[in-house]
Design a protein around this ligand. Structure first.
Ligand code: GLN
Length: 307
């Protein structure tokens, strides 16, 4: 076995014993997740995939969708126009915080829910069906295969997502949301319910790390400057209220989601993904955070590292 797979297997074996955290249940369907599902995958810039554990278990993207849809919106509108609608400053708040810029109502960044809903609404389309179609096609191109929606998870969030709907209405009243609030929230719920595996997520992260070109399929998904911008926003805002500590400890642009997925990108080197449903108090997957912390330290991955 190659040394990369050996290292991932060893990490997986050790962290399987970590039993902290709780599976998210505020979206009822997410509570059905198996807390012992645990997979790790890594994709190099040469397109090689290394995996450990259940890297083929299927789960929904949730907030891990946010950076990819942000990259799509950047391509549609350009950075200046995108910035008029969604900021790029860490909020220091939880993912579902009601933190809108006083006066403009602009959300702090595209990684919190408010910013993600506003970003989704920016994707160019003639109507909701075309908008979601473009989002799904983009997510699929990042993954290198055709993805689909978990209709049960979508329906479950649509039935309980009043806080996100409220955020959309608040932004509309402040003038920062370009679309119908109900439609924007609904499209956001759909993008969160797109089904992936840890192996898919590693390819998606590797595509960002590779300047927007999928290293497995060779297809350019987003322009290089937009991939770089997206990684920069992930570095400062991807881990919500823990973003500063994450950059200090792990030092890689990253994004987590409440179904237990986490991606991190080492620019020009690889993309990595971990899936493990139990979350800590701020909604980050416990085993994934531990795995990335260990990998970064052991292999000197910190972006500020001098080699
Ligand atoms: N769909 C979830 C929500 O809006 C995503 C949150 C997350 O993964 N942090 O609540």
């Amino acid at each position: 076995m190659d040394p990369e797979t050996d290292a991932l297997n060893e990490l997986h074996r050790r962290l399987s014993g970590l039993r902290d955290g709780r599976v998210a249940d505020y979206i009822p369907q997410l509570a059905l997740a198996d807390p012992d599902d645990f997979g790790i995958a890594l994709v190099s810039m040469g397109g090689n995939t290394y995996r450990a554990g259940k890297a083929d278990s299927v789960f929904t993207l949730q907030s891990v969708s946010k950076p990819f849809v942000y990259a799509l919106a950047l391509g549609d509108l350009g950075p200046r126009e995108t910035l008029r609608h969604v900021g790029v400053e860490p909020s220091g708040n939880a993912f579902n915080a009601i933190s809108l810029e006083p006066g403009t109502g602009r959300p702090a960044n595209p990684m919190i829910n408010a910013g993600a809903i506003a970003t989704t609404a920016l994707v160019r389309a003639d109507g909701p069906a075309e908008r979601f179609g473009r989002i799904l096609a983009c997510l699929s191109a990042f993954a290198g295969r055709t993805l689909d929606v978990d209709e049960d998870v979508y329906a479950s969030e649509a039935a309980t997502g009043d806080r996100n709907r409220a955020l959309a209405y608040l932004m509309r009243s402040a003038g920062s949301l370009r679309a119908d609030p109900a439609e924007a929230a609904d499209t956001y719920f759909r993008q969160c319910a797109v089904r992936v595996t840890a192996a898919d997520l590693a390819v998606m992260a590797a595509t960002l790390a590779n300047g927007g070109r999928n290293p497995v399929t060779g297809v350019r998904v987003v322009a290089e400057p937009d991939a770089v911008r997206t990684l920069a926003v992930m570095a400062t805002c991807g881990m919500y209220d823990g973003a500063g500590q994450w950059l200090l400890d792990v030092g890689l642009p990253a994004k987590s989601g409440v179904s237990g997925g986490l991606i991190a990108a080492s620019p020009g080197r690889f993309g990595v993904a971990v899936h493990s449903p139990p979350l800590d108090a701020s909604g980050k997957p416990v085993r994934a955070v531990a795995a990335l912390g260990e990998m970064a330290e052991r292999f000197g991955l910190h972006i500020m590292h001098n080699s």
